[in-house]
Design a protein around this ligand. Sequence first.
Ligand SMILES: [Fe+2]
Length: 364
Amino acid sequence: MSGCATDAEMRHSSEDAGRVCPADYRIGVSAFSGRPELSCDTLFVVGGLYGNCFALDALELLIAAESGSVHVVLNGDIHWFDCLPEDFSEIERHVVSYRALAGNVELELCRSDDIGVGCGCAYPDCTSDAVVDRSNRIHAMLGSMLTQHPELKEPLEGRTCTAVVRVGNHRVAITHGDEKLVAGWECSRDSLQDAERQNELSAWMRANGVSVLATTHTCAPAAVVLDAGAVINNGAAGMPNFLAALYGLVTRVGVAPSPHALYRACVDGVFVRDAVRVDKSTRDRIDGDGVFVEAVPLRYDHDAYLRWFDSTWPAESPAALSYRERIVQGPTDEVADALLGGFEVADKEDTSGIGLRDTHITSD
Ligand SMILES: [Fe+2]
């Protein structure tokens, strides 16, 4: 499925730009076996911000609502639509507060010589040539802007592509694409449904002592509980992920659940509902030392974001042609499409979330 299957000798051909996975995107086998670099009660993994500064404002609200220690890891493709220098620098101004990983967008922006891989997305065959071409053009515009403003590129250089964070007693592995390639597609919705792939991931998680693998890159959320733990792909933090649901999605891993989760699973613990009563309200807890793995809506100011997007990307621009419809009404996917086993939709009263406004097109 992945463009990474293209023969190595074809990698410098311009016709492969956007489909080839560069050889230096390979992640070392020991990347996730070391000590965690951070430890916390709650971890947010924010993949695919795609230059949406309004989503960072919403993220700050989510963080402020947490108790206990909180860390945030932005796992790549932080930039995309922010092709104007003032927007790019505004994103970076926020990012310094968090642990930022590089995705393919950032890696290709930092590359000193053009090796012909375009945006580095390594799109699979099912992605149309027109979409791939437009992504290459968006990335080229970002690159041209940074050529004019090299000081904006400096914060990106040297960013790593992986991290391990401890949440409670569990190790969470974080990457952009999959555990093998920065732009890998083997944590896509399709791949995660494959039994052989599930076995491969469980073996990898056991070998690395990992309970949760958090990824992004495919722009389509997916979540599954395997024998060895949970794999969760947040889709996009900076764009809608479901039909008529005008919010981004982030991954949250916590020792306690979030009242704002859209769906969740519990890893290595027994999820006990209504077991603890505090001040006439109920809350959930885990028996044991497990962690909650959740997808949480990132309810950015949709109207403000759309105004900004339209002011930056005219109707015939590559970004507008590829993404505006999704930004305005979401993709055709439903939440159930992302749930591949072991995850459950959170209670209805828990899904209102924190945000600036109701970001559903229609009430439900
Ligand atoms: Fe990506």
